[in-house]
Structure formats: C-alpha cells, structure tokens
Ligand binder design. Structure first.
Ligand code: 6R9
Length: 635
C-alpha cells in the first residue's frame, strides 16, 4: 500500500531502489494491491531482449474495463468519469458519471458483438474528440477486440494504410467533426479510404455535425439506433495478461508507419501507477490532458490511466484558438481544473498571444502542470511556470514514447525539485542508460549520449503488428541487450536527465556534433522569434552547414531582415558558440508539423538541400500548405 503513492523525495529514492533491485517483487506488490484480477499470475516477468520477448504477469486473467469502470461503481457511481467540453463554448458540457459510462460502454460492446466482432478482431476507430471515442476504446476492450485508433485528421491514404496493415474488420467514425470555426467531412475521408480496404465489413457512424453524408447500403450503419436497442449489461471478456489491448501507429524513419502493439496487464498496471504518482492525483481533482485520444498520450493519460484511478478526466473537442486564445484558460476556470497536461507547441502558440487572454481568467484551481511531446525550451518553460502556474504549480516535463506506453522520465510534483528543460529523474522501475557511439555505457554524471533502457517495464510495446523483425531491428539491435529510444540525452551533475532530441537530428558541422534543440532554443530566445527549426545541408568545406527556418512573432516584422539575421546569429554565438552559426536563415510563415505538433525536419532537410523531387507523403501534416510556400522562398 505504502508504495502506491510517493509523497517525498526520500521515499522516491527508497522506492526507486527497491523497484530496481527487485523489479518482480516490486511490480507484483503494486499489481496485487491495486487491481482486480480474474485469475492471478503464475510468473511476474520473463524477458529476453535478444528475441526480443517480454511477458509480464503471465498466467493472469483480467479485463481492463472492470478495473477502469466496474470496480468504481460502488463508491464512485455518481462521480464524473468523463467531462466532455464541446468545441462550441455555448454547447453545454457533459458530465458522464461512472454509472453512465458503464452503461454506455456495455451498450457499445453489445453493438460490436451484434455486428459480428469477436475477441482478437481489429476495430479501427476514426472519431473526433467526442465521448463515443473513449467509449469505443473501452467497448473493444470489454469484449477483447483490439482497437486501432487513427487520429481523425489523417488523410484517406494514411487511414487506408493503417486499416490494411491490421486488416481491421470494422470502422467506427462520425458524420463529421468540429475544429474551431470549421466543420470537417470525416465521412468523405472514410469513403475515400475504404475504396482500397477490403477487410472492412461494417462502418458504424456516430452523429455529431449532421453533415449530409453518403451511407453505403450493406456497409454503413448509424450508431445511435443500434445503441438505443442494446442491453446496458455486457459481461467482460476475461483476457490473458499478454493479449493485445490495442495497436497504435507511430511514424518511423521510413515512410511505412509502425503499428505498436500494447498488451493488457502490464499496460494497465504501469499507466495507472504513473498517473497516480506523476500527477499526484487526489480523489476530488479534475484532470485535463489536452492531447487527442488519437495519440498515445490520450490512450494512456485521458482514458486508461485516469479511469483506472477513478479520476475525472476531461475530453476537449476544440482547439486552443477558438473562439479566441483564451479558450484553455476559460475551461480551466469553468471546470476548476486542477491538472493541465499539454504540449510545448501549444504553450509556445499561446505565449505568442496577448497576456490578457490569460489574465482574464482565474487559474487558482491549478495544482500541477504537465508537458509532453518534445523538449520544452527554456522560454516556454518559464512562460508556463510564471503565467499559468504562477510559480506555485510544479511543471512535470514527462519524457516517453508511443513505444513505452507510459511516462518514463519525469519529476514527481511536490517531490522532485524541477529544473527548466529537464525531465529530471527516471520514474520508479525505469533503468535508463546513456550509450556512446561504440556501444559502451557512459557512467557517471555530466555526460551525454544516446538514451537506452536496460530493463523491461510493464507497459513497453511487445512488437510491431505483423513485423516482429522490424521491432527487433529498430529498438533492440543498436545496443546489445538494451531498448534504444532514438533520443539523445544528457545527465547533469545531480543525475537529472535532459532530453536533447532525436539523435537523428544531430548535425555534424566541421566535425563538431551539434544538436538542433539547443540552437533552436537560442534562436527562440530572440524577442522577435516565435519558433524555429534547424537542419543541415551539404557544404563543400564543413561537410554540413546549418539552415534555419525562422518564424517571427509578427508576420511582416518591419525590422530589416538582414539585421535580424545578424542578431539571431549573435544570439547563437552567445548561447551555443560560433560553430553553430547559421549559414542561411529563411523567414517563414509556419513550419511543417505532424498532427502531434512535431516539426517534420525530413521535409525541411530536403528543401535546404535543394532536393525537392521526392518530398514523400505530406498528407499527414497538420499544415501541408506551408510546404509550397517554404519551397517558393527557399534560399
Ligand atoms: C508521448 C509522446 C516520442 C518522442 C520521443 C522524444 C519526444 C516526448 C518529450 C520528448 C523531450 C519530453 N518527446 N516527450 N522530448 N522531452 N518531455 O510524445 O510519444 O508521439 O511517440 O513521441 O517525442 O523525441 O522519442 P510519441
């Protein structure tokens, strides 16, 4: 019991040591005391990173929805499980209690069954951030179907690739989605995708926008009438610990997405335990993660982690800029949000706007702030800390990946002293290692290297759907007996980790290794700059030279651009060193971003290298339109 909720730094070190000395005992205790099992495990862990094969809680049987819903009914039946805040602020919020969630999940599960879905079948979910999305995940889990959520912003082509990769039998979608002032025709995208997807037998369509859509006879069905007729009870399928719970795609270094497979028991235990501790969640808190459920952050920290703890979790359908840039702060005040978990890209976008948008609202309910998705730069960290947390709410800078299932390196608020831009210490049970280029572990502090994990943790992905060899090659072949994250990191004098960015973003200039993140940080600290991205391009003498794409806070900045370029390079010289000065600086209106807010450096590298014949698939970008503009103005 005492292990479940860490309250001070000494306790963290004590529990950490225990979790590393005897991981099996540690995780067994957590699993035993805090979850509902149909059958106990025979063996806590077996693993071999060479194959690679990892199994947690083998022999156990459980259903994750009994842990996320049923077991709360007696004590929390009337408590809000999901608090839905619609895109339009004039539309009332919906408070879905645990009892109501139970009924709606069971009804949906019965609909899936009546449409022929069985344990092990893959169901693709392509829905906007409406309650049906969370309910659909849980309904699949209830009957043992494997969900594969595709972010409802991906193109027909991207959707079709993912449906075909997992041979999904059913697709759940909606008639449309709202994003700010826009209404998107999701069903048309689905119809386009399904022209090349033979495995889909049924499409369930939730009504949201009342768009006029085409319903294909014999394939498409409106969801609501089926739900209305469905029983509110559906017994939960007993699942084996290592049965797949879901597939979630992540992009790799090649164009083909990787379907990361997460399994049931370990994922549940780790997401629940991290949620409780990394957010220091208490019974009456109102927790809001602004991610989309289409990403791992939404799976683990909107749906499974919070619900396993009986929490109130907010689902927001809209965007931070609609109806204006005060929307986030308005929601915090309206629902008395205690925890806000968002991304650096959102923080930077909001920090660019007039501070009055923030000051208009009472943010005193906030206790903990979170950041995820990319390294948070110094300026954004301080803006978040000063203006949103009022220096009272610790920032948890949480480093993790789709592959890791849960948060791996992060401060524990009120326990670990924070440090700007540092994800700080490994979470309980996580054993990081920094590796050098020869494959040797770098010991000691004040060092940097490539970030690996030495020992299995319960929520790690077990394979890539249909391609175990690629799983091994991508994650377990670079360093013997270690999981390789693809990220670089440094460890400071007290052992705090700072993630420096993808190691593939390291650029070697005149023999010096330069990381893009510190240079971008230096540029972003210039008062006129909103955001920037650095890439390398071939140079006769230096091997590579640096090309910077810089977005200014005010488009059409009146200052002389050549002067600005000089100032930016001076800033870099001051912060990083003259070696990191940029050869070319292009001012842009926007940077090409993935849907989860990551800059697509691959495209910027090609433009900088004047190699634009094959830019690859840009359809998955958030803002494909900026690519042409950047190409037209390239230097
Ligand atoms: C959860 C998520 C994973 C990659 C990861 C790293 C970057 C995520 C970060 C961070 C620095 C943080 N990343 N969190 N870098 N500090 N707090 O984002 O998963 O979409 O798979 O991305 O994101 O480069 O390797 P995913």
């Amino acid at each position: 019991m005492s292990n479940y909720h860490i309250k001070h730094l000494e306790e963290y070190f004590q529990v950490y040591r225990k979790s590393v000395r005897n991981p099996e005992n540690f995780w067994e205790e957590v699993a035993e005391e805090h979850f509902l099992w149909r059958k106990r495990w025979d063996n806590v862990l077996s693993w071999d990173f060479k194959k690679p094969e990892v199994k947690w809680f083998e022999g156990a049987e459980l259903n994750i929805t009994e842990n996320c819903i049923d077991r709360h009914l007696r004590t929390r039946g009337d408590k809000t499980a999901i608090l839905f805040e619609p895109n339009n602020p004039d539309e009332p919020a919906q408070h879905i209690s645990y009892q109501q969630l139970y009924e709606r999940v069971n009804q949906m599960a019965n609909v899936l069954k009546s449409q022929g879905i069985e344990k092990g079948d893959r169901v693709c979910i392509y829905l906007p951030m409406i309650p049906e999305l969370a309910i659909a995940l849980l309904a699949c889990a209830r009957i043992g179907a494997i969900h594969s959520v595709v972010f409802a912003g991906f193109s027909s082509k991207a959707l079709a690739t993912r449906i075909n990769d997992a041979s999904c039998k059913m697709l759940i979608t909606s008639d449309g989605s709202y994003r700010g002032s826009k209404t998107l025709d999701l069903k048309a995208i689905v119809d386009g995708a399904l022209e090349s997807c033979e495995s889909i037998e049924t499409v369930l369509v939730a009504e949201r926008t009342k768009n006029k859509i085409h319903m294909k006879e014999g394939r498409d069905l409106w969801l609501q009438p089926l739900l209305d007729d469905a029983e509110v009870k559906c017994s939960a399928e007993p699942m084996k610990a290592e049965d797949p719970l879901f597939i979630l795609y992540t992009s790799g270094s090649t164009g083909r997405p990787k379907g990361m497979v997460h399994t049931t028991a370990g994922y549940m235990v780790y997401t629940a335990y991290t949620f409780k501790n990394i957010f220091q969640y208490r019974e009456t808190d109102v927790y809001w993660c602004t991610a989309d459920i289409g990403w791992i952050t939404g799976h683990s920290y909107i749906v499974y982690g919070p619900l396993a703890n009986g929490a109130t979790t907010v689902m927001f359908e809209g965007v931070p800029s609609y109806p204006d840039f005060s929307r986030f702060w308005e929601i915090v005040e309206k629902h008395q949000i205690t925890h806000l978990y968002t991304a650096p890209t959102a923080i930077r976008a909001l920090a660019k706007e007039n501070i009055e948008y923030v000051e208009r609202h009472d943010l005193s309910s906030l206790k903990v702030l979170g950041s995820v998705g990319e390294p948070i730069n110094e300026e954004a960290w301080h803006w978040y800390n000063d203006n949103i947390g009022k220096k009272q709410s610790p920032i948890v800078d949480t480093w993790w990946q789709t592959e890791t299932g849960g948060i791996m390196i992060s401060p524990i608020p009120f326990v670990t002293p924070t440090k700007p831009t540092y994800a700080t210490l490994p979470f309980i049970g996580i054993q990081p290692a920094l590796m050098d280029e020869e494959g040797k572990e770098i010991k000691g502090n004040q060092v940097d290297g490539r970030l690996c994990i030495k020992f299995p943790w319960p929520s790690m992905a077990r394979t890539i759907w249909g391609d175990h060899d690629r799983y091994r090659d991508t994650y377990f072949s670079a360093y013997e007996n270690k999981y390789f994250t693809g990220d670089g990191a440094m460890r400071d004098e007290v052992g705090y980790y700072r993630i420096t960015g993808r190691v593939d973003d390291v650029i070697i200039v005149s023999g010096h290794n330069l990381g893009t993140a510190p240079i971008e940080d230096a540029i972003n600290e210039h008062p006129a700059v909103a955001e920037s991205a650095i890439v390398g391009f071939p140079h006769d003498v230096k091997g590579n030279a640096l090309y910077g794409y810089v977005m200014l806070k005010e488009f059409g900045e009146t200052r002389n651009q050549d002067n600005l370029r000089k100032e930016i390079n001076q800033q870099i010289t001051d912060k990083v060193g003259p070696i990191a000065k940029l050869d070319k600086i292009q001012f842009v209106n926007g940077l090409p971003k993935t849907r989860s807010g990551k800059i697509m450096r691959r495209i910027l590298r090609k433009i900088a290298s004047k190699d634009t014949s094959n830019l690859g698939d840009t359809s998955t970008l958030l803002n494909p339109e900026v690519v042409q503009e950047i190409m037209d103005n390239a230097l």
